[in-house]
Design a protein around this ligand. Structure first.
Ligand code: NDP
Length: 455
């Protein structure tokens, strides 16, 4: 199915959309180019006024936007409301902080006066995924637009109404025409858009193949990219950990967004001495999760976003089980109801050589491993090709020091959940991607760092 809203809780095709034609794409690119010539020089306070108005709209209509998100990709409605509000937060954050993040920086040299000046690049293409259909877009758009760039959104084909709603928000907030546009196109149009000289850079959040494809196209055209790809984040629990807090957080960290988050905890690496107790508590909590209609306010786990995601996760689980892994709970689809539902699942005793070693499990499946030492925990944590986030639980400061030093990840959280926060940079290493979003580092990705030298 091309571009369409398909309710993942029922399988019903709610609405289909036509992809833009080549001449419509051309008009959008031209509009972006025209808008940039004036928009780039508008003062920060004007841009901040519009950005804050976007935040107000997100907060005011959070319920309505949440319903669109849940309808299109199935996240529990309470999480969708929280996502709309968090998107407002990032608008306010950059509205307030962009002037200081982009202020000229004096640099001593042989000039009478020399300094670094940050200037916008032009139209930036954002290829975005369906899993956080508002947040991922706003965390790109808020810094990009505050820096004076203009944005072109190619959203995932299963969240077109989210994509259109976001463009409406920026319009209603007062941003001039062409400053932020949604292009309803499939992935097949991305190469041609990136190659267009009016597009200056691109960012993608999604799978490795999509990232590699965009980056190679951008590379051919000598354009910068930022990539935020998958992860198989470790969640390490050592002997001194507060076990109750660790288990409670483990459930949230794995089940957030029905398990479809790049920074979800996926591999639980447990010190031998506490592993049995942790497992017992985790199983009890997984069994108690309320799975069902994501539109209901007390639902904790909804359907997976697409039948493809459901098929992939089930195949991964069945391969692990066939190799000898044990399902402590779940391990199957919930086929008594329509939609893409999967049982909250915990796999233990997973032998080496299964998809659990290297693949991202994008769904409600926790993978448990036991280790005898901190060395073994760190080695196992670092053994995948990903490097997005890592969470580790210990009250021993020497262990904390080793973990923050030796874990190969874009972020290490000790005694807490890996999460994104506008105040902290976000991104990965290894095959999880490159570049950073959020914080000062995020707004510096799509600017010309101009050296100015005056005698
Ligand atoms: P994709 O990576 O295919 O989709 C993400 C975005 O990239 C969409 O807008 C998609 O467009 C676009 N896209 C897809 N292929 C290309 C391409 N060749 N060139 C340019 N853009 C492209 O994710 P899926 O939805 O297929 O999910 C598959 C897996 O990806 C998941 O199981 C998960 O492992 C990972 N993933 C990770 C995410 C993260 O947050 N890190 C988010 C989403 C997925 P279109 O929808 O039109 O195909």
């Amino acid at each position: 199915m091309g571009i369409a809203t398909i309710n993942p809780a029922t399988g019903e095709v709610v609405k289909t959309f036509e992809s833009l034609t080549d001449s419509e794409i051309e008009a959008c690119l031209e509009s972006a180019e025209q808008a940039f010539t004036r928009y780039r020089y508008l003062p920060f306070d004007k841009k901040a006024e519009w950005m804050n108005r976007a935040a107000e709209i997100l907060e005011r209509d959070a319920q309505r936007f949440a319903q669109i998100m849940t309808l299109e990709m199935g996240k529990p409605i309470k999480d969708a409301i929280a996502e709309a509000k968090k998107s407002a937060l990032v608008c306010r954050f950059y509205g307030e902080n962009a002037p200081q993040f982009l202020a000229d920086v004096p640099a001593a040299s042989d000039a009478t006066r020399s300094f670094v000046r940050y200037q916008p690049l032009g139209a930036i293409l954002a290829v975005m995924p369906w899993n956080f259909p508002f947040w991922q877009v706003f965390r790109f758009a808020a810094p990009a637009l505050m820096a004076g760039n203009v944005g072109l959104l190619k959203h995932a084909s299963n969240v077109p109404q989210c994509a259109l709603a976001i463009a409406e928000i920026f319009k209603a907030a007062g941003f001039p025409p062409g400053v932020f546009q949604t292009l309803l196109v499939g992935a097949d149009k991305v190469a041609q858009i990136v190659a267009d000289p009016r597009v200056k850079a691109a960012t993608l959040t999604g799978s490795e193949p999509a990232g590699a494809s965009l980056a190679s196209e951008a590379g051919k055209n000598l354009k910068k990219t930022v990539l935020e790809l998958g992860g198989s984040d470790p969640f390490i629990v050592l002997e001194s950990a507060d076990l109750e807090a660790a288990v409670q957080t483990a459930v949230t960290a794995r089940m957030l967004n029905n398990g479809q988050s790049c920074i979800a905890a996926k591999r639980f690496i447990l010190a031998d001495r506490i592993a049995g107790e942790f497992e017992k508590k985790l199983v009890a909590k997984f069994k108690a999760l309320k799975v069902g209609d994501p539109m209901l306010p007390d639902t904790e786990v909804g359907p997976l976003a697409t039948p493809g995601i459901l098929k992939d996760i089930d195949e991964q689980v069945q391969t692990c089980l066939a190799a000898g892994a044990i399902a402590l709970t779940g391990g199957h689809r919930l086929s008594e109801r329509p939609g893409n539902f999967y049982a909250p699942t915990i796999l233990a005793s997973i032998p080496p050589g299964t998809p659990a070693d290297q693949e991202e499990f994008f769904g409600p499946v926790a993978l448990l491993f036991r280790v005898k030492s901190l060395d073994e925990a760190i080695a196992l944590a670092n053994s995948t090709s990903f490097g997005l986030g890592a969470s580790a639980w210990t009250t021993d400061t020497a262990e904390q020091d080793r973990l923050t030093l030796e874990l190969e990840a874009g972020a290490v959280f000790i005694n807490g959940l890996v999460k994104s926060d506008p105040r902290l940079p976000f991104g990965g290493i290894k095959r999880s991607g490159y570049g950073r979003e959020l914080s000062i580092q995020g707004i510096h990705e799509f600017v010309n760092v101009k050296t100015v030298w005056i005698k």
